[in-house]
Design a protein around this ligand. Structure first.
Ligand SMILES: O=P(O)(O)O[C@H]1O[C@H](CO)[C@@H](O)[C@H]1O
Ligand SMILES: O=c1cc[nH]c(=O)[nH]1
Length: 252
């Protein structure tokens, strides 16, 4: 088989892996790989840092998506061509409900499609819904590890600043369409903001692939706009949860 265009890998490179862990941050790929047995770096190209390792002897791929839907859609498409059918996103996030605390883990059942890329896969009426069994494994993982977690709907935006209604910016202006949007999502019981799950869920649901997403809370937007917590501690908890979910899925 030819190498896929962006990731630069062939099916043989993945050694039969069918499950991928997909963080946004490229540097996180390496940190996750260190929890696997015999990790090797397969490629580092653009925002895609790709590792292969083993979890209880099953091959697992880790591939960063970069920030946002367009690069996520490339990673998912090319990984699917290479044999990946299950995608576990592990991200960071901003909570918008007052009862959610920094350091909690949020498991997304579905996402509000505030992205553009998902519309290249399915019309806006199509739900950005996670895979039930894959998401259940994430919930079970959090429960078994005693991690404080919340399960619900996520708003997934193309932008970090206006799409998430941040005013503490260069211009201080948010265009009218997004003014009041955070309050509306709060009223509609949306848990949080992040930037990749709408594309990931829509694309995977439309293509018959399985996707789930969990994220560690870096900031509670009812209290402040920009995160200032210990990023690494929050990430470590989320990584522990996603690896446990992968282990549960691979043991079935
Ligand atoms: O920590 P990651 O996985 O990158 O996820 C979140 O962090 C980035 C924004 O800071 C966006 O990618 C958002 O979805
Ligand atoms: O508030 C936040 C924090 C992390 N990632 C986001 O997209 N938003």
């Amino acid at each position: 088989m030819e190498k896929v265009f962006h990731l630069g890998l062939t099916k043989a490179d993945l050694q039969g892996a069918s499950l991928a862990i997909v963080p946004g941050d490229p540097e996180r790929s390496k940190r996750i790989s260190e929890y696997l047995d015999s990790p090797v770096c397969l490629a580092q190209t653009r925002e895609f840092h790709i590792y292969l390792g083993f979890l209880n002897e099953s091959p697992v791929v880790i591939c960063s998506t970069g920030i946002g839907g367009p690069s996520t859609s490339i990673a998912v498409e090319e990984l699917a061509q290479l044999g990946i059918t299950t995608f576990l996103r592990i991200g960071t996030t901003g909570a918008i409900q007052p009862h959610i605390n920094e350091g909690d883990i949020l498991v997304s059942t579905a996402s509000v499609r505030l992205d553009g890329a998902s519309q290249h896969f399915a019309p806006i009426e199509f739900p950005a819904v996670s895979d039930f069994h894959t998401t259940s494994a994430m919930v079970q993982a959090c429960e078994s590890l005693g991690i404080t977690h919340h399960v619900g709907v996520t708003a997934s935006s193309d932008t970090f600043y206006p799409g998430q209604e941040r005013y503490d910016t260069y211009s201080g202006y948010v265009r009218k369409a997004y003014q009041g949007s955070c309050a509306e999502w709060q009223k509609l019981n949306v848990m949080n903001y992040e930037m990749e799950s709408a594309t990931l869920f829509t694309m995977c649901a439309a293509l018959g692939l399985k996707a789930a997403c969990l994220a560690g809370v870096l900031v509670n937007r009812t209290r402040q706009e920009i995160p200032n917590v210990d990023h690494q501690a929050v990430e470590k908890k989320a990584v522990t949860a996603v690896l446990k979910a992968a282990e549960l899925l691979l043991s079935k």
